[in-house]
Design a protein around this ligand. Structure first.
Ligand SMILES: Nc1ncnc2c1ncn2[C@@H]1O[C@H](COP(=O)(O)OP(=O)(O)O)[C@@H](O)[C@H]1O
Ligand SMILES: Cc1ncc(C[n+]2csc(CCOP(=O)(O)OP(=O)(O)O)c2C)c(N)n1
Ligand SMILES: [Mg+2]
Length: 340
């Protein structure tokens, strides 16, 4: 059997079965946005890693090395944000071909340095390797969180509302414009969605503020698409959820690109991925206060997009009134071994 038939998440489950149970100082091992480690201090240590692989995550001609540097940092910071943590130290592993220009590495580090500095962290080491084909940039990020602020994927409760920060689908819209350069769209809309794809921002302050409310039951960042990532929360929490397609926050720019591309913006919002927004659940009675606080302190809005309906692990897409929908019948979200 090949891993393409398995899928990414079944493979992670299988890898887990070959590993002994986590030792006692591992608070959270495989399965969340980050590993959470008890290092006998007042704060937990957080650890995560994510890569950018040529022609899987980026096309060399469509991004500058500076943009790529910013993106590799932001996507890792996003995982720490999703737990309510603070990023601290990064290690960067590069696998490059010998013909790579030195200016590529210069630009990459300028971008990484800018983004890591903005996140309050630093690059403290890494590794270099040659590679024969497409290049790989892999970043490991360590951070900290106080135990009372740690939010995991596994705390969603029946009756919770599901919320998401910002807007969904723009990154996928930006990718569409990159893959189909012949599409003509107003410059402002094009620039906005391309920037969202090439240099996503992590919701770091938002994650900490949400965690500090004490009212968030579960949280994850949206890398695979809200449908896929809510699925991860549901499996971890052993609950079932519904997403209301009419409630998804989709910007006018994203709608416009979808119109020009003759694509469905709702589908992009559900399963396009790489939004790097925060997806979380909370008791409905606390939602007005959470939204108010987030908006007042960061200017970031968040929207209710569904609810946790009971025990189970599935995510259904249906209208708030309970009407069924064809959305959600396709692939739930990005899967590295099933994509393409
Ligand atoms: N090769 C691997 N070996 C062990 N654990 C893995 C591996 N790949 C992923 N994981 C773990 O599986 C979980 C899900 O991974 P992933 O979907 O990449 O998370 P994220 O979207 O937060 O980056 C994480 O806890 C991650 O540490
Ligand atoms: C050329 C190209 N094709 C497709 C995509 C879309 N894409 C690639 S990986 C991915 C999912 C997110 O990346 P992943 O490595 O799964 O991050 P993680 O979930 O581990 O944080 C998406 C939506 C892209 N960014 N570039
Ligand atoms: Mg990952």
């Amino acid at each position: 059997m090949r891993i393409g038939e398995f899928g990414e998440f079944e493979l992670i489950r299988r890898i887990g079965t070959f590993l002994p149970g986590p030792p006692g100082d591992v608070v959270v091992g495989i399965g969340d946005d980050v590993a959470v480690l008890n290092v006998s201090g007042p704060e937990y240590l957080l650890a995560t890693c994510d890569a950018q692989v040529e022609n899987i995550h980026f096309i060399r001609a469509a991004t500058t090395p500076y943009q790529l540097g910013r993106k590799i940092v932001a996507i890792n910071v996003s995982d720490i944000a999703a737990c309510g943590g603070r990023p601290k130290w990064a290690l960067v592993s590069l696998a490059l071909t010998p013909d790579t220009g030195v200016d590529f590495v210069d630009g990459l580090y300028a971008g990484m340095q800018e983004e890591i500095h903005a996140a309050g962290a630093s690059i403290v080491g890494g590794n270099l390797s040659g590679i024969r084909g497409e290049i790989v940039i892999d970043l490991s990020l360590l951070g900290t969180v106080s135990p009372e602020c740690l939010i995991l994927r596994n705390g969603a409760r029946s009756g919770d509302l599901v919320l998401v920060t910002g807007t969904l689908g723009e990154s996928r819209a930006g990718l569409e414009l990159i893959l189909r350069p012949e599409l003509e769209v107003e410059q402002e809309a094009g620039d906005r969605v391309r920037a969202r794809h090439l240099t996503p921002g992590a919701r770091l302050r938002e994650g900490r503020i949400l965690a500090a409310t004490g009212s968030i039951h579960a949280m994850a960042d949206v890398s695979d698409g809200v449908l896929g990532d809510l699925g991860h929360i549901c499996r971890a929490s052993e609950v079932q959820a519904e997403i209301w397609p009419e409630s998804l926050p989709i910007s006018p720019e994203c709608l416009r690109v979808a119109e020009v591309a003759r694509c469905d913006a709702v589908q992009w919002a559900l399963s396009g991925g790489e939004d790097y927004e925060l997806l979380f659940t909370a008791d409905p009675r606390r939602v007005p206060e959470i939204r108010g606080r987030l908006e007042a302190e960061t200017g970031t809005s968040c929207h209710v997009i569904g609810r946790i309906t009971g025990k189970g692990e599935a995510v259904l897409v249906r209208s708030r009134e309970g009407m069924s929908s064809d959305y959600g019948r396709g692939p739930a979200g990005w899967d590295h071994f099933r994509a393409g």
